[in-house]
Ligand binder design. Structure first.
Ligand code: AMP
Length: 313
């Protein structure tokens, strides 16, 4: 497989203005891997409990995802419940039950250690670090995400991990919390100061920004009229982004821009249904059409003379 991801596998209870769902398949690697699977081969490192349903593993394998790195432990699968009633862009965590996830100490199977692309999806930064440490020097690009829970609980290991990332892919609210800044430019620069070469700030319905020393790229989100469930949008964005880069094998500014659009396209489908309902059932035509719609939405003719009034200079 071309891309390896470690993170959470969960059963979620979610409440959105469109309704509620309980015991919905979720977790950062789940959304990430399904999103990335449209572009490249993905393998998962994760942990679930005895309650994890075989139909959910089958859903992942039906997308060509390698699930052999999923450990089944004694106990219950990680459970998260969140509400989007106040803000569709920022989940309010109602409850986090780490369950088997609390003792997640993965050994990366040998066949995955030389995977060229690695995504450290949202989970304990010490677990993210341990997976990174087990990779061989065939690793070409590593990116990572985090969230408020870990910023509060595991700040030091997170700071250390940040220095080793090619890309930090982080939600706007979490990036603000992490840097203790509010202006978006300050926040992006604050993250870069922590060590990653690039930062992508995910801004929910306002899109995403890509920042590095030489490049700034800002895109809106695809305008979805009927948002059903924002859960997993951030992980799907990351999956589309990393999947695109891993599929092309290119590491240049233009590819990074296209990858941001790929991530935005995939995430825009995720929010159109509860859980994986929409994300897991996309066609290549749907993805391609929306990719080109983005071009329509964001380009304009610059070969014009600005109708500026005469100035004295
Ligand atoms: P997002 O893409 O940011 O909407 O992520 C949603 C997913 O994050 C849900 O499916 C949750 O199961 C998962 N999640 C929530 N809290 C945590 C946490 N503390 N660590 C890892 N994953 C989490």
């Amino acid at each position: 497989m071309n891309l390896l991801v470690v993170g959470s596998m969960a059963y979620d209870d979610v409440e959105t203005p469109a309704g509620t769902r309980t015991h919905q398949l979720g977790g950062s690697v789940t959304y990430f891997s399904v999103a990335a699977s449209y572009f490249t081969g993905v393998a998962i490192i994760g942990i679930v409990g005895q309650d994890f349903q075989s139909e959910h593993r089958e859903l992942l394998t039906s997308k060509g995802i390698d699930t052999s790195g999923i450990e089944i432990a004694d106990g219950q699968t990680f459970h998260w419940s969140g509400s989007y009633l106040n803000d569709l862009n920022d989940a309010e965590t109602v409850e986090t039950d780490l369950n088997v996830f609390a003792n997640f100490n993965p050994t990366v199977p040998q066949k995955h250690q030389s995977t060229p692309y690695l995504f450290l999806a949202n989970c304990d930064p010490e677990t993210q670090q341990s997976v990174l440490n087990q990779m061989t020097d065939n690793l070409q690009l590593v990116a990572g995400d985090t969230m408020n829970h870990w910023i509060v609980e595991k700040r030091q290991p997170l700071d250390h991990l940040m220095t080793q990332l090619d890309f930090s892919v982080i939600n706007e609210a979490e990036a603000r919390m992490y840097t203790e800044k509010s202006n978006l430019v300050d926040v992006a620069e604050g993250i870069l100061d922590e060590g990653p070469d690039n930062v992508i700030i995910k801004r929910g319905e306002y899109g995403a920004v890509l920042y590095n020393e030489n490049q700034r790229f800002i895109v809106p989100a695809y305008p979805v009229q009927n948002i059903i469930d924002p859960t997993g949008a951030g992980d799907s964005f990351a999956g589309g982004f990393m999947g695109y880069i891993a599929a092309t094998g290119r590491h240049d500014p233009e590819t990074y821009r296209q990858a941001v659009i790929a991530g935005s396209v995939i995430a825009s489908f995720t929010v159109e249904g509860f859980g994986l309902d929409r994300l897991a059932n996309l066609t290549n035509d749907e993805i391609t059409d929306r990719f080109f719609e983005f071009e329509d939405l964001t380009t304009f003719d610059t070969a014009i003379r600005l109708p500026l009034r005469n100035s004295t200079t």
